[in-house]
Design a protein around this ligand. Sequence first.
Ligand SMILES: Cc1cc2nc3c(=O)[nH]c(=O)nc-3n(C[C@H](O)[C@H](O)[C@H](O)COP(=O)(O)O)c2cc1C
Length: 364
Amino acid sequence: MCRKNVPVLKIGNLEICPPIIQGGMAVKISEINLASAVADTGCAGIIAVAGLVEDVNFFSKELEKRNADELRKTIRQARKNTKGIIGVNIMVALSNYDDLVKTAIEEDVDMIISGAGLPMNLPKDLNGKDVKLIPIVSSVRTFNMICKRWQKRYNKLPDAVVVEGPKAGGHLGYTYESLEENTTQTLDEIVTEVILAANAFKPKIPVIAAGGIFDGKDIAHFLKMGAAGVQMGTRFVCTDECDAHINFKMAYINAKPGDITIIKSPVGLPGRVIKNKFVEKIQSGKTIPFNCRYKCLKSCNPKEAPYCIAKVLTNAQIGKMDECFAFAGSNAYKCTEIIPVKELVEKLSEELAIEIEHQSHTLA
Ligand SMILES: Cc1cc2nc3c(=O)[nH]c(=O)nc-3n(C[C@H](O)[C@H](O)[C@H](O)COP(=O)(O)O)c2cc1C
C-alpha cells in the first residue's frame, strides 16, 4: 500500500510503507488479530507481550514457562496469518523479561521494541540473529546511554529508536508531576535532539516518533523534521481487528477531551487513561486488595500496590469497564468510528501523500 510520494521506513533490510509501526498495546489489545491485519497493509504489526497468560495465580516458574510458550504460539499464528512484518513489544519492567526476549529471538520475529524501563541488555541473547532491536526512549540522554552501553558491551547499536513523547498512551517515561504540570519536553523537541544524535552514527539510526500522532498531517510533520517513521497506538484501537473488547473501543469513541487523565501505576510509572468511575475510585485513594503469588512486574510490591495492574488490564481487555481503566493516548477523544485496519491505513496514507505534495509545493 505504498503510494507515490510516501517514503519507505527502512530498518536494515525491512521496508515498511506507509512508514507506520503499530504500537504494542498490552494487555492483549494488540495481539494476533490486530498485528496481522496491520502487517498485511505494509505497516509493521506489533504484538504486545505483557499479560499473554491471564491467570496471575500460578507459581512463578510455571507461569514463566506458560508465558514463553504462549508467546511462541502467538508469534507462530501471526506468521501464519500474514507475510508482512511482525514484531513484539516487551516491557523491561516484566519480571520474566529476559525469558521473553530469548523466546522472541528464537522465533525470529522481525523486531523487538522495548521500553517501560531502559533496555540496557536487550542484545544479550541475540547470538548473531537478524532480529531488529529497537529501544523506546523519552529523552536524548537515555538514547545516548543505551547506545554507549550496547556498543561497549555488545558491539551493537540500536537498529532504530522509538522516541515516545508525553502525549502517548499507556505507561509514560516521565514523572507524574512533570506530566501533570506540563513541564516535560515536547515530542518535537525530543525528536529534534534524538535525530541529531542518531544522525551522527554511520549508518544513521532511523528515528521513529510516537505519542499523539493521529493523522497523515501529523505523520508528515515528523517526516519533515527528519524522522524516518512513526509509531501509532491509539488510532489502531478503534479498528475492527483490534483485539480489545468492544466496550474498550467504545470508551475511546465516547471520550471527550477532558476525560483523558494521568494515573500512578504500580509499574512505577505514570499512565494515561480514560477517566471513569474506577479511575475516580483509585485517584481518591481507594485500594483493591489482592493476592499475588507471582510478581509479574519487577517494580511492583504486591503488599503495597493499591490494585493489581495485571488484573485491571485484563478486565479492560474483556470489557469489564467498571473494574478497570482503558489506557489511551491524549488524542483518543478524536476517535469517532471503528473501521477496518485496511481502511484506516489507506486513509492515513492518502492524507500523508496529500500533505507531502502540499509541502513540496510550499517549498517550490
Ligand atoms: C491501550 C494501550 C496499551 C499500551 N501498551 C503498551 C505496552 O504494553 N508497551 C509499550 O511499550 N507501549 C504501550 N503503549 C504505547 C503505544 O505502544 C504507543 O507507543 C503510544 O500509544 C503512541 O501514542 P498514541 O497512542 O498517541 O499513538 C500502549 C498504548 C495504549 C493506548
